[in-house]
Design a binder for this molecule. Structure first.
Ligand SMILES: C[S@@+](CC[C@H](N)C(=O)[O-])C[C@H]1O[C@@H](n2cnc3c(N)ncnc32)[C@H](O)[C@@H]1O
Length: 182
């Protein structure tokens, strides 16, 4: 399913947070949620806000999603969208716990996956995925590194282990899945 359509279907009449909202998209999903009728919208990222986001009705929080104080500032939202972040996280269960702490109804989690059966994850898979890239786990790249590439079943298991119930899984690409969880 197209991600703007998925977001619009969940955001109307609900509060909405976009976690990891900026790189290359400048809060486009947060803005789509606002356009779809979300009651209030927060975008957060390590990156600073751009003029487009600052000029919009979207509230912006800058910081690390793993930082409890930052997530307290983001606050609870009915619907949380987090796309392209999980495989950049060295401690993905901690990442999901932080998402759990701000999600009151629905998590929409989009992530790259290793499309194989079974419940496991490849570690530091970036050069395998993109042979032209530099060596994986360059400390200078911090969260730009790809730490893990979990199978779809591993993502479901991690969501379950952090208190989510998966209600839907969309195949959004050969190496990509979008999970709906409550
Ligand atoms: C691959 S981009 C995905 C951007 C967008 N969500 C999308 O799907 O097109 C990852 C985004 O998450 C942000 N990010 C990565 N780790 C983060 C963290 N620990 N805390 C907050 N933002 C993070 C990055 O700065 C970047 O904007």
């Amino acid at each position: 399913m197209n991600r703007e359509r998925l977001v619009a279907a969940h955001a109307a009449g609900r509060s909405f947070a976009d976690i990891g909202a900026m790189w290359q998209v400048e809060g486009a999903i947060a803005l789509a949620a606002h356009a779809a009728g979300a009651t209030r919208v927060t975008a957060m990222d390590l990156m600073p806000p751009t003029p487009r986001i600052e000029a919009s009705p979207v509230r912006f929080v800058q910081g690390d999603l793993h930082d409890e104080q930052v997530m307290a500032e983001v606050g609870e939202h009915d619907v949380v969208w987090c796309s392209g972040v999980l495989y950049h996280a060295p401690h993905p269960l901690l990442t999901l716990e932080r998402l759990r702490s701000i999600t009151t109804q629905t998590l929409l989690l989009a992530t790259e996956v290793l499309p194989l059966p079974g419940r496991f994850a490849a570690f530091a898979p970036e050069r395998w995925m993109h042979p032209s890239r530099p060596d994986p786990l360059d400390p200078a790249r911090r969260y730009g590194n790809w730490f893990w590439l979990p199978t779809p079943a591993a993502v479901r298991a991690m969501l379950s282990a952090t208190g989510f119930t998966v209600t839907d899984e969309h195949r959004t690409g050969r190496f990509h899945r979008t999970y709906v969880a409550s």
